[in-house]
Structure formats: structure tokens, C-alpha cells
Design a protein around this ligand. Structure first.
Ligand code: 13P
Length: 265
């Protein structure tokens, strides 16, 4: 069975004060299995948890999260190793600042910065080489969905990485299916719609790598919130969530963690 994974993507939000307040509220409420003390507000956490924060706040969040159950992640990484790439962040730098994860190929970067499938694949390879787990985002626009191209678009996005990924690295991936039309819009894919795409991604992974393909976690992202998290994560191939807006509200993020921890399939 794949362990559920709830990752917050803070996007370009936060401040030193707001980050400290948010993480303190979340951390003080999380109760791990077998832990005796019960916090005032408590959420049983039996899933993996991460927050992907803006690069300038990595050091702050590394210190705030040290020793706790929440892992740290970046939101993007350079496709290059080091050198004259002004503004880029190397995978080794993220690793040095305590990141376990990094998001690659988010649709906001694909659309806003014209990132190609090939560049996203290079970013994922850089992340893996530095010891990070890449969370590779795939997803179709509304126009593509309406044109019946969802599987082709999403499949091509994942294939670009699988084509260059050494077989022994496949098990280290996390995939996030984020339909572009559901991001930040309040429109969520129904559990059945999401599962259909997740099942296609799973089939692709398994066709290439029978055993490791079954262990890869495929997250859903796009207006996941406390009201819909449980039913989405109950689907066979939805192994957690990549959470935007709801990750900025402690109560909502905690409720999604609780939902993930309660799902048994
Ligand atoms: P929202 O949860 O705000 O729709 O964002 C999803 C997302 O883009 C996570 O990466």
C-alpha cells in the first residue's frame, strides 16, 4: 500500500511573520501515532507531509521544521548544476537547506515561463542527482480537456521524463496530476474524473516499470480542500494531494492531513 502524502504549495505567498505563525499552528496540532501528549487542537497524522515554500524562506522554514514531522520542499529547481544562471536555484542548494522535495513543472511555470517537457525532465534529473524527490506536475488546460486531449497531453508530459529517467530512479518519483482548469478556481475534478487520469498515469508507469510503477505516489492538485479531500483520496490511484490555497490556512491544511490519515483502501 502506498502511504498517503499531503504537500502544501505555498506559491508566492508568505512573510517571515506569517510563515512562523502558520507553521506553529500546524505543528502544534499534529499528533503522531503512539504519541502520548494530546495538543489542545489535535490531528492524528498518519501520512507524509511537506510544505514547499518560496526560496527566500527555506532557511527560516528549515529551522522551524527541524526535528518535526513536516518535510521541506522547494517550488522549482534549475535544470543546470551550477554556474552563470542568474536567478536560478541549484538542486544542491535546496538539499543543503534541508529540502527533501522539489516541485518541477508546475503549470504556473510551464505557462508563465514557457518551460518545456524536456526542461522539466532535466529539472527532475537534477533534483534526483542531488538526493531530492521531484514532485513532477502534469495537467491539461480546459481547452485541451474539451478537445479530448487530456490523456495525450498528460501522457506526453510524463513520458518526457520517463524517457530519460534511469530505471532505478523511477521509484523515487512523486507525480502530481493538476488539471490547469482546477487550480485556484474552486473547480475540482470529480473523484471519478481525477481517478481516470491517475489510472492512466499508473498504467503508463507500470507498463514501463512493473514493480516500481506501483509504488510511485500520484497526488491530485487543484482546489483540494477539506470538503473534497476524503472522497478524492479514497480513489484507488489518488495517493494524496498537492495543496495550494488551502495550505495557507492551518485549519484547512490540518483537515486535509486528517482526511489523508483516515483513508483506508
Ligand atoms: P489550489 O489548491 O489553490 O487550487 O492550487 C493547486 C496547486 O496549484 C498546487 O500546486
Amino acid at each position: 500500500m502506498r502511504r498517503k502524502f499531503v504537500a502544501g504549495n505555498w506559491k508566492m505567498n508568505g512573510s517571515l511573520a506569517a510563515n512562523a505563525a502558520l507553521l506553529s499552528q500546524i505543528q502544534s496540532a499534529i499528533q503522531l501515532p503512539m504519541q502520548s501528549k494530546t495538543p489542545a487542537v489535535s490531528v492524528q497524522a498518519d501520512c507524509d507531509i511537506a510544505v514547499c515554500v518560496p526560496a527566500p524562506y527555506l532557511a527560516q522554514c528549515q529551522a522551524l521544521l527541524a526535528g518535526g514531522p513536516i518535510a521541506l520542499g522547494g517550488q522549482d529547481v534549475s535544470a543546470q548544476t551550477a554556474g552563470a544562471f542568474t536567478g536560478d536555484t541549484a538542486a544542491s542548494m535546496l538539499h543543503e537547506l534541508g529540502c527533501a522535495y522539489v516541485i518541477v513543472g508546475h503549470s504556473e511555470r510551464r505557462a508563465g515561463y514557457a518551460e518545456t517537457n524536456a526542461q522539466v525532465a532535466q529539472k527532475a534529473l537534477q533534483a534526483l542527482a542531488a538526493g531530492l524527490t521531484p514532485i513532477i506536475c502534469v495537467g491539461e488546460t480546459l481547452a485541451q480537456r474539451e478537445a479530448g486531449q487530456t490523456n495525450a497531453i498528460v501522457g506526453t508530459q510524463l513520458a518526457a521524463l520517463l524517457d530519460v529517467l534511469p530505471a532505478d530512479q523511477v521509484g523515487k518519483l512523486v507525480v502530481a496530476y493538476e488539471p490547469v482548469w482546477a487550480i485556484g478556481t474552486g473547480k475540482t475534478a470529480t473523484p471519478e474524473m481525477a481517478q481516470e487520469v491517475h489510472a492512466m498515469l499508473r498504467a503508463m508507469l507500470v507498463a514501463r516499470h512493473a514493480q516500481q510503477g506501483m509504488t510511485v505516489r500520484i497526488l491530485y492538485g487543484g482546489s483540494m480542500k477539506p470538503e473534497n479531500a476524503a472522497e478524492l483520496m479514497a480513489m484507488a490511484d489518488i495517493d494524496g494531494g498537492l495543496i495550494g490555497g488551502a495550505a495557507l490556512k492551518a485549519a484547512d491544511f490540518l483537515a486535509i492531513i486528517a482526511a489523508a490519515s483516515a483513508v483506508t483502501k
